[in-house]
Structures are given as structure tokens and as C-alpha cells.
Design a protein around this ligand. Sequence first.
Ligand code: NAD
Ligand code: WQD
Length: 338
Amino acid sequence: MAKILVTGGAGYIGSHTCVELLNAGHEVIVFDNLSNSSEEALRRVQKLTNKSLVFVQGDIRNQSELDLVFQDHKIDAVIHFAGLKAVGESQQIPLTYFDHNITGSIQLIKAMEKASVFTLVFSSSATVYGEHSSSPYKEDFPLSMPNNNYGYTKLVIEQMLEKAAQADVRWSIALLRYFNPVGAHKSGEIGEDPQGTPNNLMPYVTQVAVGRREKLSIFGHDYPTKDGTCERDFIHVVDLAKAHVFAVINRLKQTGCRAWNIGTGMPISVLQIKETFEKVNGVEIPTIFVERRAGDLAAFYADATRAEQELGWKPQYSLEDMLADSWNWQKQNPNGYN
Ligand code: NAD
Ligand code: WQD
């Protein structure tokens, strides 16, 4: 069993990963500045698992705060979620995104080197493939410049980590390229709690369902897809969380830097999300079709076979589970953690 530092562990994916790590018997230290999360999520993680974790409030851009964590705890591996993730916002305030995501990751890598901790799992994104290939995306496809500053930070960090691992063989790094995480823990105790207007489809749908928003706008219905709306690879957040546990185990045994797609490999359309959500949950989602959103690709899904072959990880949850669990969380927590 390992002692794992989880940066951004109070957030959406981080909190679900803490549950899986604790359930698998690992010790967890969460480091988070709570800029986009609530300590309540961590209280619930501990309640759900009946295990305790250590919480340190701090910012990954602050080297001395990080150094202190590594001095106080004998960390075996780091899972690095902390960062900013809103695509639209990253176009308005690029330098803030570069600072949190890129500078923050550099500070973390430096603190790890200082403490001789060389095992890292990084939250990357399928956005690093850019727009120049086509689905299903494989890990050895060429990467290209994403069309937004958030995606650019993920590409830069991936490349930095690759180069660090080339220069020093002690590094063991997993780049997990998530597709579209949705869903929530079965209990409905933890889930996605975006601040302000949601950027992503699923929290928008659940907020319409719970009455916080009037209707869903579907961006474009003339794409070359089966029903004209965009297709994405939605992955249940608990499956995604479990992939991190598999990746840590793999990285504690091997060195080098390796990328894995984390998706189901199944293209699901936006309209299918709306209709299946209504069917599974018995709730109507008033919807209008509007113009395409700039920057959206028609279809974006993974070839997820490498993760199965090399990590032994395979998604377990169906689309119906994703939609039922998203709704269960939102229904029980109409205003999120507030
Ligand atoms: P989230 O915002 O819920 O979690 C991020 C956490 O990091 C939050 O708790 C926030 O308070 C913390 N944080 C932000 N800046 C920090 C800093 N400077 N120092 C310390 N803590 C800081 O987001 P999430 O959806 O859980 O995403 C987790 C990671 O996965 C992010 O790196 C994100 O880019 C990546 N990712 C997310 C998605 C997605 O669709 N949710 C897809 C691909 C990749
Ligand atoms: C999904 C589909 C929209 C909202 C983003 C990031 C990506 C990754 C995951 C972090 C699209 C449509 C959406 C709405 C809609 N994040 N939609 N109405 O754009 O696939 O990926 O999140 O790494 O980098 O770009 O996800 O949830 O925003 O959109 O019709 O109100 O839903 O057009 O086709 P996306 P999304």
C-alpha cells in the first residue's frame, strides 16, 4: 500500500479518486487551495469510506508549501489534478491558466525531485490530440495544438513531463488523457459542483432537470453524425477514478513516461444524452437547438484498448449508470455542496 499525494483532491475527479484510493487501502494526503471546490467533499469522502485522509490547504504554485508537505509525509507517488479547466475562461485570462497549470506543475515537479519522489500520474486531456486526426483516437497519434489556452496548457505539461523523464530515468509518469467525465458516486454524496453557469453538457442537463436553468441549448444539429448532434466519449467518473488506482500501481513498478486514453470508446451523441437522461430518470429536459459552438468537433472518442491491455483497467459503468448517477447527485444536492 502506498502513501499518495493528491493535488486538487477536493475537486470533482479528485474526490472520487480519493474514495477509490482509500477503498484500495492507500493512504491519502490531499493538497488543494479550494479555489473550485469545497472541504465538504472531503468530509463526505471520509464518511463514505469510513477512513480518514489528511487535508492540506495550499497552492501548487507555492514551492515552500509543497516542500513542507513532502517533509511532513513520506510520499510514494503523486496524482496531480490541481489546475483550472474552463475552456472559455482560458481564452479570457490565458496568463492565469498558464500560471496555475504550467507554473504550478513545474513547482510540483521541482518539489518532487527535491524529495526524491519520481512517481506521478497526471490529469491530461484528450484535447492534446488537437483537430488534425479523427476518431477513434489512439495514444500514438500525433499531438497538435489545441484550439484553446486550457488545452494548450495540457499539451505543454505533457511535453515537459516527457522531457523530464527522458533526462532522468528515475521518473515514472502516467499521462491519463480523459475524454468526457460525467456521473457521480452511487451514494449521491459527491459529484460535480461547477461554480456559476456550467461549461459542460452534463451539469447543464442536471441543472435544467433540477429547475436551476430553464432549458438546454444543443449546439448544432447539422453535424455529419448519426443524429446531427456532436458525438463524445462519456466516461463514468468512478471508472475514471479507478483508472488512477491502476495507473499508480503500474507506475510504482515501471519507469518512463507513458500515455493512456481513458474513455469507453463509444461515441454518444448530445441528443442521445438528453433522450436517455429523460428515459432513465423520468424527468423532462426542455431543449432548443441553437447554432454550433465555435471549436466543437463533430465526433471525438477514444480507442481505449491500451489502458485495458497495459493497466488492466476497463470501464464498468453504462451510459444509463452515468445519467442515473449524475441525476441522483444533483437531486440530493440541488445547490451542490452549498
Ligand atoms: P475541479 O476544478 O473540480 O478540480 C480541480 C481542483 O484543483 C479543485 O479542487 C481546485 O480547487 C484545485 N486547484 C485549482 N488550482 C489550484 C492550485 N493552483 N493549487 C491547488 N489547488 C488548485 O476539476 P476536475 O474536473 O476534477 O478536473 C481535475 C483535473 O482533470 C484538472 O486538471 C482538469 O484539467 C483535468 N481534466 C478534467 C476534465 C473534465 O472534463 N472534468 C477532462 C479532462 C481533464
Ligand atoms: C460536449 C458536447 C457541446 C453544453 C470539454 C473540453 C475538454 C475536456 C472535456 C477538460 C459538445 C455540447 C455542451 C451545452 C451542448 N475537458 N453541449 N450544450 O467540449 O467535448 O470537452 O470538456 O480537459 O478539453 O473541451 O465537452 O461538455 O463542453 O460538450 O450542446 O450546454 O455537448 O457542443 O458537443 P467538450 P462539453
